[in-house]
Design a protein around this ligand. Structure first.
Ligand code: FMN
Length: 493
């Protein structure tokens, strides 16, 4: 498929799903036979603050927030297949974001289906359904402002006539397709899908309609996809939950055991350095009622992608991938390091641009532990951390005082804990003290504490496991994501 020429006729698509529709799931869906994959909904205000970064190590393009969080990661493999879905209520902002990602994706979609108050309050999602003028303004702006196809995803309106009239109006904006989720705004995912509404819309317009909403009662196997298409008379079909539970539903060769699908998913998560929490979330959705099985418990207890890999017997693949990525990083100009990784004096504080990457350290080991042990050994004062939070994005930055000097990372972190770890790393690197990274020569610095950590660790681990199980259960029951931040809060549709 050529860039800009993505067709929405006779296709099967992975639906946009917050948290689920990140890069590993999208690539997996493509492997199994999906023609088009939608990313999770990303909110325009957040995306507009992102910068585009070419990640040579992972061979991805990342859209990175001011706090250095990767909001959207994509790669060449999906460039002509991925649809970027945004949450927006503002034509200008929508265009800014669309133009930011335009070269890296195949199409732009606007979410007009989220019925939750936090989304509708901002005028986004399903709130747009009662504002056809705004829908038109957003879509027209996008259609004329970008060179790739524009689509939108709606829910049905209270009557057939209203639903048809809305899609007819949308069609006139020049969109390339409309995904119709066959449920009313106030219906829950468990309610039956209204195929007759989708059918009425299909009959009234010539723009391709992508039928959506069949996962629970209609689409269980690959053959059911065609049945759903026929039942709605739609050009195409979009699958959400059926794909989330077992992405091999896209395969014409029949379903694969979910264990195989989870393993394939995890390989992509490792390869593309997917965020551990996101990896766990997706695996838990696939585990479904097995989330309390021994494997499920191991996944929930894991704190790193390395630990998740162990649960699936993929530790060798994990290590091999890490080695390959490290070798690639080292081969990059400047060894993958940047100018900003050199220490710079900012007043009386020595700063460096470093981030705390959990995956780079063994479980139970942190740079803060190394710094504390070193201070004890040197009979120096205990390291003292001072953290500040900035208002605009609630990111954290910490300064540590150790060895009579102050150290800070110039990069902001999403949590206080990570900010302190980053400050500790700066201190350790500047002073030339081992920091406990995987692959670093064993300094013996934290052996004692590690043992203590293990003794106390059981209780801590149990507590954190319980917390996580509660989180996951809540999320699984809701079948949707609920985490901090607008993007994650926008999960319940
Ligand atoms: C976990 C989850 C997250 C979702 N996130 C989004 C989203 O980001 N954008 C969107 O338009 N719909 C979202 N939805 C709704 C789905 O795209 C889809 O419309 C819905 O699940 C019905 O399709 P299905 O029956 O195939 O699951 C989400 C659904 C689920 C289960």
């Amino acid at each position: 498929m050529a860039a800009g020429g993505l067709s929405f006729r006779n296709i099967t698509a992975l639906a946009p799903m917050v948290r689920v529709g990140t890069l590993p799931m999208r690539l997996l869906a493509l492997d199994y036979g999906a023609d088009v994959v939608y990313c999770e909904e990303l909110i325009d205000i957040k995306m507009a603050q992102c910068r585009r970064v070419v990640n040579d190590e992972l061979e991805t393009v990342d859209f990175v927030a001011p706090d250095d969080r990767v909001m959207f990661r994509t790669c060449e493999r999906e460039r002509h297949r991925v649809v970027f879905q945004m949450g927006t209520a503002d034509p200008d902002r929508a265009l800014t974001v669309a133009q930011l990602v335009e070269k890296d994706v195949a199409a732009i979609d606007v979410n007009m289906g989220c019925p939750k108050e936090y989304s509708t309050k901002g005028g986004m999602g399903a709130a747009l359904l009662s504002e056809p003028d705004k829908i038109e303004a957003i879509l027209r702006k996008l259609v004329t402002g970008v060179s790739i196809p524009v689509t939108c995803k709606i829910r049905i309106l209270p009557s057939l006539e209203e639903s048809v009239a809305l899609v007819q109006r949308i069609e006139k904006t020049g969109v390339a397709a409309v995904a119709v989720h066959g449920r009313f705004k106030d219906e829950r995912p468990r309610h039956p899908v209204h195929c007759d509404y989708i059918e009425a819309v299909c009959r009234a317009v010539s723009v391709p309609i992508i039928a959506n909403g069949g996962s629970l009662d209609l689409v269980k196997t690959h053959a059911d996809i065609e049945e759903f298409r026929k039942a709605t008379g739609a050009s195409s079909v979009m699958l959400g939950r059926a794909a989330m539970w077992n992405a091999s539903v896209f395969s014409s060769r029949g379903p694969l055991p979910v264990e195989t699908v989870m393993e394939e998913y995890l390989r992509y998560a490792i390869r593309y350095d997917n965020h551990t929490f996101n990896t766990k979330y997706c695996l838990c959705q696939m585990l479904r009622d097995k989330v309390e099985s021994p494997l499920g418990k191991q996944v929930q207890a894991a704190q790193t992608n390395a630990e998740i890999s162990e649960a699936y017997g993929l530790q060798h693949f994990y290590q091999q991938t890490q080695d390959q990525l490290r070798a690639k990083r080292d081969a990059l100009p400047g060894g993958g390091g940047t100018e900003t990784e050199r220490p710079v004096l900012d007043g009386d504080v020595t700063t460096m641009a470093v981030k705390f990457e959990r995956r780079e350290y063994p479980p139970h080991i942190t740079p803060k532990m190394f710094l504390l042990e070193w201070s004890r050994k040197e009979k120096a004062d205990q390291p003292l951390y001072r953290t500040e939070q900035r208002a605009q994005d609630r990111a954290f930055q910490a300064t540590v005082t150790a060895a009579g000097r102050k150290f800070r990372s110039s990069l902001w972190e999403k949590s206080k804990k990570f900010a302190e770890q980053a400050a500790a790393i700066v201190c350790l690197r500047v002073l030339g003290i081992p920091e406990g990274r995987i692959g670093e020569e064993d300094s013996g610095l934290v052996c004692k504490r590690k043992r203590e950590g293990k003794a106390n660790g059981a209780a801590d681990e149990e507590r954190s496991k319980k917390r996580h199980v509660a989180d996951v259960q809540q999320e699984t029951e809701a079948s949707q994501a609920t985490a901090s931040g607008e993007q994650l809060r926008a999960a319940s549709r």
